[in-house]
Design a protein around this ligand. Structure first.
Ligand SMILES: Cc1cc2nc3c(=O)[nH]c(=O)nc-3n(C[C@H](O)[C@H](O)[C@H](O)COP(=O)(O)O)c2cc1C
Length: 347
């Protein structure tokens, strides 16, 4: 299976499918199922020190929607084009319990040539640094810090830091970098038009890789009741988000060059989406909603789709990285075709 292996800085993943953080990785059972299904890595449900962020988990709600914003059954068999509208909280237990769980899962993952990655969503920077040190001391091999959780602006004040200012990211990252030596991945918000600058800022602060990009906040009125669906604003994601993430992957690659590892999140539903993200410059892909809403079989199916594609093209996973990104042309460089546009105009 060498064909599927990818490198993220000094880390080699046996394949580019990473199960992104979510409620299915609060307990060992979900993590074990994902590892058994062959994932390259699992990102454990995020934690921080805020009681409000923990309590928020008891107030979560989830709506799976079709393209008319009608609710679909939660039957673990969603159509490919379903979107997920939801609010979420963080790991509900103590940090010490979470740490013990994450360290145990990473040891288990190592037996399967995989990784379980610790995930911190900061509330305060002081605690972030303290927790990062503890993650390293516990023997966990990789740390992801998500500074772009979409719920930041809606959650209780101080519960979740959502950083949209590029220059602040370097400051936060360098504090964590100064405290730990393990590979440090930084997950960024998608709610910005300045994503390439954020990527540069994370790299300059010492991050080994970045993850692009968190979901969007949304508001959906319910036609039946005239009320807000789920009662409030919530994060929104779907396969439609994939091209938006790809756009920023390509733009970020243009800004920082081809050697800096980026991971994609937001929109991957199957193996073909993993390929799309990698062609746009991602070295690996975090898939969350697909597994959360359709179960762990998605992992094996996606890896098989990826392998079939690579066999057909006689390529390795690494060959895919940035292939489409590096062939992008400007509008001005496109072929001239006078009056061609008329064929698109209705009579
Ligand atoms: C129910 C749910 C819970 C999530 N919890 C976390 C979390 O604790 N930490 C985190 O970094 N991202 C979290 N995310 C974000 C996902 O990991 C992922 O980045 C996002 O959903 C976009 O990818 P997707 O289209 O594959 O779902 C969560 C997403 C969902 C749907």
């Amino acid at each position: 299976m060498k064909k599927l292996a990818v490198k993220i800085g000094k880390v080699t993943l046996k394949n580019p499918l990473i199960c992104g953080s979510g409620e299915h990785f609060i307990d060992p059972s979900g993590v074990k199922k994902a590892l058994n299904a062959g994932t390259g890595a699992v990102i454990i449900k995020s934690v921080n020190e805020s009681e409000a962020a923990k309590e928020q988990l008891a107030k979560t709600d989830y709506a799976l929607l079709d393209s008319n914003f009608n609710r679909l059954d939660w039957d673990f068999n969603p159509p490919r084009d379903a979107s997920l509208f939801n609010r979420s909280g963080l790991y509900p237990g103590s940090f010490d319990d979470w740490l013990e769980f994450a360290a145990k899962m990473d040891r288990l993952a190592a037996e399967k040539d995989a990784y379980c990655i610790a995930s911190l969503i900061p509330a305060s920077i002081e605690k972030l640094v303290e927790y990062a040190k503890k993650v390293e001391e516990a023997g966990i091999r990789i740390l992801e810090v998500n500074v772009g959780a979409p719920h930041g602006d809606e959650a209780a004040k101080g519960a979740i830091l959502l950083e949209k200012e590029a220059s602040h990211i370097k400051t936060i990252v360098s504090k964590v970098r100064g405290a730990v030596n393990i590979p440090l991945w930084i997950k960024l918000t998608g709610q910005s038009q300045n994503i390439p600058a954020m990527v540069k800022s994370a790299r300059d602060g010492g991050a080994d890789a970045v993850t692009l990009m968190g979901r969007y906040m949304a508001f959906i009125p319910d036609l039946e009741t005239g009320k807000p669906m789920l009662g409030t604003h919530a994060a929104f994601g779907g396969p439609w988000a994939l091209p938006l993430t790809c756009h920023w992957l390509v733009k970020s690659r243009e800004k920082i060059g081809t050697n800096y590892p980026m991971m994609a999140t937001n929109g991957a539903r199957d193996g073909h989406d993993i390929i799309r993200f990698m062609l746009s410059g991602a070295s690996a892909v975090q898939m969350t909603t697909a597994v959360f809403t359709a179960g762990y079989d998605v992992i094996d199916k996606s890896l098989r789709q990826l392998e079939e594609y690579l066999d057909k093209k006689n390529m390795t996973a690494t060959d895919l990285i940035g292939l489409a990104a590096d062939q992008v042309k400007t509008y001005a460089e496109q072929e001239n075709n006078e009056n061609y546009w008329r064929g698109f105009v209705p009579d």
